[in-house]
Design a protein around this ligand. Structure first.
Ligand code: LLP
Length: 421
């Protein structure tokens, strides 16, 4: 994310010292780079362009990865559409200036109210995940005198080879319409008067590093598209979801966007359908970090602990998925500093509250650490557990730093609550 060491002032994002950000906005604090966000999006666009798909493809950023308005607005200005999963995300995207006709609405359990809001807004497509949802949407659209654009999310039964919690394309998953029922479900959809059958979609999981499963899913989807066309159901678009993984560890590189997409895109030469992608993590993950300060160093009998001011409520991924995030000191490490293995933990009252195990670092109390690759599913999954106000978020743009979400105050944490009369 344009992270560099600049002289004695330590780590910088673009041209801004993290030390200055901590002094100005406090810690814990999420820091994003406008340059890195832009580069990730442009990388996606260029890869599509290189396959002659520039005009035919729409990149719908999966808002769930990071739904801060500034980030949504940045992608909207770059021409992105959005993949949303709730009425809340719909409202955010519209508030950020995203165009409704570039929104796809995914999710296994859309409420009637959410469907109504999306229909009213005039979204591009509903990614429908069950027969019941089709019927509900048909009825609702009828009542509103509209036709709802739909695509069916099919479950291609492909093993994405990722963490089980973020694998979604197996038969056992709650997601999508089972592949062998999809054809009949399409035929049913085509008979419903208030639906317009537009496309097909699939999303097999997240943090995929191997392009093969996604290409295999694309093959299955294309075979179904052709079978449907032969039966008179001609689809306009194919949505291949998100899922492209990013590099979290120095030792585990992720494929470049173009290389990841190539095997999938190769299957679309000579076809007429429009393509939609729903990348989340790969557009924001490595464009953000979590800045935190060491509170206490605690040498233990077995392990040394560094208690920092960020915790599992700020970045849940290590606790939830045992996920690895590189953690680096912000200050330049001096020649005399000796590194030793630390458990990097937060102040939350759970043994699962850690940001990193066994990290070889030279640390001092009061020193700053950057938890890297935290732009995706970081702030978006943050909570107020232990009545901890959520972190501030800032965006660096060259030499400028903009506060894009101020730190919550403690008073705000219980402002919605009331005691009994
Ligand atoms: N489309 C659909 C239908 C999805 O369910 C998801 C992610 C995406 C697109 C975006 O996938 P991405 O490009 O970000 O992989 N909290 C987990 C990740 C959960 C992903 C959920 N669905 C984590 O922190 O690893």
């Amino acid at each position: 994310m344009g992270l560099t060491h600049q002289g004695s002032r330590g780590l910088h994002v673009e041209s801004v010292a993290l030390e200055d950000i901590a002094a100005r906005f406090g810690t814990p604090c999420y820091v994003y780079s406008r340059l890195a966000l832009t580069a990730a999006y442009v990388g996606y666009r260029d890869a599509l362009m290189a396959h002659g798909l520039g005009e035919r493809a729409l990149v719908c950023y999966a808002a769930k990865a990071n739904s801060n308005l500034a980030i949504l607005k940045l992608f909207a200005d770059l021409g992105a559409g959005f993949d949303i999963v709730s009425g809340g995300e719909l409202a955010r995207v519209l508030a950020a200036g995203g165009s409704a006709d570039k929104i796809v609405f995914s999710g296994v359990g859309k409420s009637r109210e959410e469907m109504r809001l999306a229909l009213e807004a005039g979204i591009h497509c509903f990614n429908v995940e069950s027969t019941s949802e089709l019927e509900q949407l048909n009825e609702l659209a009828g009542g509103m005198n509209r036709r709802a654009p739909v695509s069916l999310r099919v479950n291609p039964d492909v093993d994405a080879k990722t963490h089980p919690y973020i694998s979604t394309g197996l038969k056992t998953a709650k997601f999508g319409v089972a592949f062998d029922q999809a054809f009949d479900t399409y035929r049913r959809a085509a008979t419903l008067p208030h639906l317009a059958v537009k496309g097909i979609d699939c999303h097999i999981g997240s943090q995929l590093l191997d392009p093969a499963p996604a290409a295999e899913a694309a093959d299955k989807v294309l075979a179904l598209v052709d079978r449907l066309a032969a039966a008179g159901i001609v689809l306009e678009h194919i949505d291949l979801g998100g899922g492209m993984g990013i590099q979290y560890r120095r030792e585990e590189p992720a494929p470049a966007t173009a290389d990841y997409l190539a095997p999938m895109l190769a299957k679309f030469t000579g076809r007429h359908e429009k393509l939609i992608f729903e990348p989340g993590r790969s557009l924001v993950g490595n464009a953000g970090l979590l800045l935190t300060r060491v509170q206490v160093l605690k040498p233990g009998a077995e392990k040394h602990f560094a208690v920092v001011d960020a915790a599992m409520n700020d970045l849940m991924r290590p606790a939830l998925y045992d996920a690895w995030h590189d953690i680096v000191p912000v200050a330049k490490v001096g020649a005399g500093d000796t590194a030793m293995p630390y458990e990097i933990v937060g102040p939350v009252c759970e043994s699962g509250d850690f940001l990193g195990h066994d990290r070889e670092l030279a640390l001092q109390e009061g020193g700053l650490l950057a938890v890297l690759s935290a732009g995706a599913y970081g702030m978006a999954m943050a909570s107020n557990y232990n009545s901890r106000p959520r972190a501030a978020e800032v965006m660096v743009d060259g030499t400028q730093t903009h506060l894009i979400r101020r730190r919550e105050s403690v008073a705000e944490l219980f402002a919605l609550e009331s005691v009994l009369p």
